[in-house]
Design a protein around this ligand. Sequence first.
Ligand code: FAD
Length: 433
Amino acid sequence: MSEKQKINILWFTKDLRIRDNESLHRIMQDDLPFLAVYIFDDDFFKSQQLGFRKIGKFRAKFLLESVLDLEKSLDQKKIPFLKKRGKTQAVFKQISNYFEIEKIVCQREWTQEEINIENEIKEVLPNAKWSKSYSQLLLKPDFVKQKLEKVPLLFTTFRQKIEKKLSIRKEFDTQNLKYTKSFFDLKLMSDNMTLGSLGFVDFEVNQSSAFPFSGGETQGLQRLKCYFFETRNLSVYKDVRNGLLGKDYSSKFSSWFANGSLSAVSVYHEIKNYEAEFGSNDSTYWMFFELLWRDFFKYTSKQHHNKLFHQNGILETDYDFKSDQNAINRWVNGETDSDFINANMLELKNTGWMSNRGRQNVASYFCKILQQEWRVGAAYFEEMLIDYDVHSNYGNWMYLAGVGNDPRSRTFNAEKQAEQYDADQKFRNLWLK
Ligand code: FAD
């Protein structure tokens, strides 16, 4: 039998982009040819938690669009790409039947399910080397370590220390890279993926959605250009970011960030470009401020590991709750005693999207008024949100349940919030009609 050809693998997970992709940049520096791979892992598409799917139809559609867009971009660069549905371990095993896998280059993850998958790959490829990068972060871990011995409990402390002599890395230059490695015969076919093959019925995007966008780097960069440079919405962001209606009260970047089709570092540099062209103000600063929140939850989860998923959270405070399936169902279906909560929950159910203001209110209502277990609410969000991100979702839920980064454990008053943010009832009328 002839010797197998040695290759590296560029394993795409939640970094579905070309621009500022550190893994792509790294693998291009190597002499070996490489194969890019994306796997729709059965563990995520088939399994359930606390009665909810791990991925619902909205994120599945967005993810599929993102991978197809990536496939096009890789094709333009003549980078061989394999997209598969199945168990990640099995796909790596299959590839290793044809090639000797020298190295796997990918984004570094630290949450349990992602680590489990990596460990399963290591079982079938014990000799493969690994090269991982923190490409989902805005702040480099070395920089954060220099500033902070430990990640503090409070965001303000984190922000103030980070902002002193702030340093953000440059983008990795991947735009002009050309794949010129020796051609190899793939012998493996990509799966033809549709929403149906992922276990969902195809659907039309709801006409009233505040997030009518498609997945993929091309769309993400288009949104960035539009929100910043074409409409200059960035200059008024701070004044309108608590809105509930329409595309433009906030950037809507989160969904592209979540699967990595947009890089937080790229957005940071575009804020700076924007400020150079149109001037800085509180709003341009506030977009950076929100990006810091995103990193804060990532660094918090990195420090506390699985406490992120414990009932008593990172504060390790006793958490009393009732367990009432009817109350949970009413919350999910927008049938609670509060019309403001109901409108937000119906928006989520029908679109996979909810504003930050809405999320704070419905989560607080779930934990404090209905007194249900926060992890059930978080699991429902995990299924439904297009922009689901493990760190932001569980971090924000812990925060609102009073077991996370806010020891004050406040409760939102939904009536007052409705008066303040939906005085003309337009939002409620949209979803409760
Ligand atoms: P913008 O207002 O335009 O902000 C720009 C970016 O800053 C966002 O894209 C996001 O990356 C970051 N950001 C803003 N607010 C927060 C925040 N509170 N926490 C972390 N990052 C923030 N965000 C997710 O990306 N995924 C989630 O799964 C998620 N779950 C949440 C659950 C709850 C209960 C709550 C209260 C918030 C959650 N958030 C989550 C945070 C926030 O609601 C969304 O990031 C934001 O609404 C996304 O809209 P945008 O991109 O238009 O935000």
